[in-house]
Design a protein. Structure first.
Lengths: 139, 286
């Protein structure tokens, strides 16, 4: 019920401010959580096309990957995660998500390769940078 | 057919993460031998001395002929995935580190150990190794506080457990609920259903999440709930002892379809005995 309400609020906000990239991104995310994956992908792609950059672009790639995965489009999902990893190479989330997709598609070799990527990340949190950790911070 | 690779990524990082790369996958229209890790207890204690004739295995309801039921001391691959989030500091952290060290003390020649620590940061600190001092050193390193990525860490621990051929055990400890994972509990439970890793969960404190219990259940493991971190060493030692006293049963499925989910039922003939095994497995086309 809360997700439905959130979806309506974001949708209403975008009527008022159609160029609000963060609202569109979060709207896309909520649509995905509601199981409306095609609509989510459309919304997220629009956020990218409208100029999402930095953290917002990273989130867009993550959420696009999640929705592609839900639709069984694993190659598309992997492509989005690689884009996210390129944006933030010291982030763990794309690597974890990629390993999960490789396992899902039966390739344990590739999943183990992602494990190596994870193990190669700095152990010191201050040297890592993963915007996913801040997604729920409202600033 | 299985090679060991030392990743160039590790060069200069001071880590040796050995990964076994399986041989290239080929298509097969039949299921290969199924191996299941089974705990049999009577009056709360492991029941030794059982033979293949004592077991009954049903695969999707079809009785199977068991090739092997081994109680031998097969080398273990033990992965510790330990919550180091903000609430685990000071004395409580010390209890946890001591508990991890207790597991390492209980390992034998041929066994391997690995360490994953997590806050919101998941650190694959040490891959499977027979150098237990190395794992112990990683266990006692200083680390930052943070949130809790329990689900992500459990996924990582299972991956490590399967990275080297052997008998994998994952011990997952947390004192709270997940607050920062990307992976969902359901996706990791699905991974677990397809994995050979047996997961034992250990929880402490008031807050209880269903994920650790569910993860143990789908892998044929158990959840230990302790009152205090002072009890962690005892719990970890019990887990190791119990895992060593599990049977490894093997059979080649016959009379069942080749792919998809297979419901597994494992029984023993002894009255009063309790059997703990994973509820099934996935047979994939390769």
């Amino acid at each position: 019920m809360e997700l439905g309400r959130a979806e309506r609020l974001f949708r209403d906000a975008l009527v008022e401010q159609p160029d609000h990239l963060e609202a569109r991104l979060r709207h896309g995310r909520v649509l995905g959580d509601l199981g409306q994956h095609d609509q989510a992908i459309s919304e997220l792609r629009r956020a990218v096309a409208d100029g999402a950059a930095g953290r917002l672009l990273y989130y867009a790639h993550l959420f696009l990957a999640k929705n592609h995965e839900a639709l069984g489009a694993y190659a598309d999902a992997r492509r989005e995660l690689e884009r996210a990893a390129t944006l933030y190479p010291r982030a763990q989330t794309p690597t974890l998500a990629l390993s999960r997709i490789w396992l899902r598609t039966g390739s344990r070799v590739d999943a183990q390769r992602e494990l190596l990527r994870l193990a190669a990340l700095p152990e010191d949190e201050r040297e890592r940078e993963d915007p996913w950790w801040d997604y729920y911070d409202l600033r | 057919m299985v090679g060991l690779l030392r990743s160039p990524l590790m060069a200069g990082a001071g880590l040796a993460l050995w990964v076994a790369l399986p041989a290239a996958q080929t298509f097969s229209s039949r299921i290969e031998a199924v191996r299941e890790d089974v705990l049999v207890t009577a009056n709360g204690s492991p029941l030794p001395g059982l033979t293949p004739a004592d077991f009954e295995v049903l695969d999707n309801g079809v009785r199977q002929s068991i090739d092997l039921a081994s109680f031998e001391q097969i080398p273990l691959n033990v992965v510790l995935a330990l919550d180091m989030s903000a609430s685990l500091q000071g004395l409580r952290l010390g209890h946890l580190q001591t508990a991890g060290s207790t597991v390492l003390d209980g390992l034998k020649s041929g066994d391997r150990a690995a360490l994953v620590t997590f806050t919101h940061v998941v650190s694959a600190r040490q891959g499977l190794t027979d150098d237990f001092d190395r794992v112990r050193a990683a266990l006692f390193e200083n680390r930052e506080e943070g949130m809790t990525s329990l689900v992500d860490a459990a996924h990582t621990g299972m991956l490590i457990g399967e990275s080297v051929a052997g008998r994998p055990l994952l011990i997952v400890f947390s004192d709270g609920v997940d607050t920062s994972s990307w992976l969902t509990a359901e996706s990791v439970l699905e991974t677990a259903r397809r994995s050979e890793v047996v997961v034992y969960g250990v929880e402490v404190g008031e807050r209880r999440a269903s994920f650790p219990r569910d993860l143990a259940e789908v892998t044929g493991g158990r959840l230990f709930a302790v009152e205090s971190t002072k009890d962690l060493s005892t719990a970890f030692a019990k887990i190791l002892d119990e895992f060593r006293n599990r049977y490894l049963i093997s059979y080649t499925p016959r009379g069942v379809s080749g792919t998809g989910w297979h419901r597994l039922e494992v029984r023993v003939r002894q009255r009063g005995a309790t059997v703990k095994a994973r509820p099934g497995y996935f047979a994939d086309e390769k």
